[in-house]
Design a protein around this ligand. Structure first.
Ligand code: PNS
Length: 165
């Protein structure tokens, strides 16, 4: 890390990566010098994509933002990953007021655990305000069009996933 460099961490499940995620990452890079894109591995629900697949997806989807982004997998507490990568800011996207309560709880818990780390909420472009990984999977699995809502690599990986199973 260079001196005075502001490193942010953008955590998520990324199952799969959407254009909304990439939009927030690009906006986050207007505030932070670098972003660590942190994929949560140990979640209770079973993701459609493995950690390795999500890592590949996120890395390819943000290749145009290199070298200011780094994709990693993490397990356990987010604040531990943030400290490990010297991130001083947790970046989260808020699409609608319905996101806010959960995000506020997480932000306050993370502040309790790590007072030196701030949470930064960012709003995606309006055209992505309805977009979620869950809806992308649901629509795609029923044959709906999601091509314009996800990076090309996500679309390819969705196609592979659903033709395999
Ligand atoms: O994309 P998501 O599913 O909304 O991301 C949720 C995520 C990964 C940000 C959140 O579940 C998380 O940070 N998990 C790590 C565990 C943790 O640190 N919990 C305490 C903070 S509330």
């Amino acid at each position: 890390m260079q001196r005075n460099e502001l490193v942010g961490i953008y955590p998520g499940t990324f199952d799969p990566v959407t254009n909304g995620h990439v939009d927030i990452i690009q906006r986050g890079l207007q505030m932070c010098d670098r972003l660590v894109l942190a994929i949560l591995v140990n979640i209770d629900k079973t993701p459609l994509f493995s950690p390795e697949e999500r890592l590949e997806m996120l890395t390819v989807a943000t290749a145009h933002l290199q070298p200011r982004v780094q994709s990693i997998c993490f397990s356990g507490l987010l604040v531990n990953a943030a400290r490990q990568y010297q991130a001083k800011v947790i970046l989260r996207g808020i699409r609608a007021i319905s996101d806010y309560e959960y995000e506020l709880q997480m932000a306050l818990m993370n502040r309790t655990l790590a007072p030196e780390i701030e949470t930064l909420f960012m709003v995606p472009a309006g055209r992505y305000s309805f977009l979620s990984s869950r809806l992308v999977k649901e629509v795609f699995s029923h044959g709906g069009a999601v091509k314009d809502l996800v990076p090309p690599v996500t679309f390819e990986m969705l196609q592979k996933k659903y033709t395999k199973s």
